[in-house]
Write a protein that binds this ligand. Structure first.
Ligand code: ADP
Ligand code: MG
Length: 377
């Protein structure tokens, strides 16, 4: 039996917000209801000041909906809506001005005091090794002595917990969540907040609110670089993130095939549209190194990314070979940069990290051709 939105809202009317004494539907707290067969997703909008204290309310909502006939899974997320006293509501389309962090809220752009630079790792399509690159690049930056955080913004397919080998649930201290830690870097992922087998049925607006929570309600502390593993693609979700999050610079990951490179171009154009400086393009799975004989073969016409980068007037940041050791370490939560730093593949990531650190520094100092959108505090 198919479940309807009315059934779900009726069930949620039994859940009372303890602070306000009325039910969550009457209070207008339920948003973004998504029904995919028996899989239900919705957002519960709460005042950010109450944030994590409302976890029992969230669970009560899930339990009520899960009890309905025909429902197989429920994913409810607390989304922090802005309290009316917290300043004007964000504009739908932030402008491209170069405002200071304190003014970010006015344009709907988030602010992250304490975080010096935000590095987005993006790809035109999935499966090109974006997360593997994000993790090894982050750990490479940490090895260079920087304070690094990793935020898994790929809320549809979070893979950072697995790649960093971290399990468990984050603790909350007061109103904030403590990030998880692995290999000396702080990390947060929707994967820590919902069960691994919960289907990800987010709608566009929910992606942003889940991400906002992971940025704003997590105690990131002082960071030199926060590495953002973006969802693959160049659609609305990515565009919104690029507009709302004060990204210092973006790295685009591509494999050498033409089709992947075509999508990488779309990625570049997307960032240019919203004035996010693109640091450059990385060619992943650039060539194949046989783990047995060490012989090299260019299975996907190696070098395509370098040519594309040149044509598109962006920097080519280097190539990472397709190598068994990268796959094995990445999928086992033992990233090669920290577990086998002497390996040639790890060195490729270290070179990438050094270049990226350098370009971020230049962007923060305002010394690059494309101006940074934000003056960091
Ligand atoms: N250079 C590489 N060599 C071998 N395997 C790789 C390499 N880069 C990524 N992989 C593997 O490819 C798969 C997809 O990579 P992943 O980083 O999850 O891609 P994405 O985040 O773009 O979807 C993973 O199993 C990963 O271990
Ligand atoms: Mg990924």
């Amino acid at each position: 039996m198919a479940v309807s939105a009315n059934n779900i809202l009726a069930a949620l009317r039994a859940v009372i917000d303890p602070d306000r004494g009325q039910d969550v539907v009457t209070l207008g707290m339920i948003g973004g209801l998504a029904i995919k067969g028996g899989n239900i997703g919705f957002a519960i909008e709460v005042d950010p000041a109450r944030g994590v204290k409302l976890e029992p309310l969230r669970q009560a909502c899930e339990t009520r909906v899960l009890a309905l006939p025909g429902v197989t899974s429920v994913t409810a997320v607390l989304t922090a809506h802005r309290a009316p006293s917290g300043g004007p509501a964000p504009a739908a389309a932030p402008g491209h001005s170069h405002e200071a962090p304190a003014e970010g809220r006015r344009s709907g752009r988030m602010t992250l005091p304490g975080v010096r630079a935000i590095l987005a790792v993006a790809s035109g399509k999935g499966g090109v090794g974006k997360s593997t690159t994000a993790v090894n690049l982050a750990l490479g930056l940490a090895r260079l002595g920087l304070k690094v955080g990793v935020l898994d913004a790929d809320v549809y397919g979070p893979s950072i917990p697995r790649m960093l080998g971290v399990r468990g649930k984050p603790h909350s201290t007061g109103e904030k969540l403590e990030p998880m830690r692995a290999y000396g870097v702080a990390c947060m992922s929707i994967g820590f907040l919902v069960d691994e087998d919960t289907p990800m049925i987010w709608r566009g607006p929910m992606v942003m609110s889940a991400l906002e929570q992971m940025l704003r309600d997590v105690d990131w502390g002082a960071l030199d670089v926060l590495v953002l593993d973006l969802p693959p693609g160049t659609g609305d979700a990515q565009l919104t993130i690029a507009q709302r999050v004060p990204v210092t610079g973006a790295v685009i990951v591509s494999t050498p095939q033409d089709i992947a490179l075509l999508d990488a171009r779309k990625g570049l154009n997307m960032f240019r549209k919203v004035d996010v400086p693109v640091i450059g393009l990385v060619e992943n799975m650039s060539y194949f190194v046989c783990p047995h004989c060490g012989g090299r073969s260019d299975i996907f016409s190696h070098g395509g990314a370098r040519r594309t980068a040149e044509q598109m007037d962006m920097e080519f940041l280097g190539e990472v070979p397709l190598h068994m050791a990268i796959r094995e370490t990445s999928d086992a939560g033992l990233p090669i940069v920290v577990t086998r730093p002497e390996a040639e593949q790890a060195q490729a990531y270290m070179r990438l990290a050094a270049t990226v650190a350098d370009r971020l520094k230049a962007l923060l100092a305002g010394g690059m051709r494309q101006p940074p959108r934000l003056v960091m505090m």
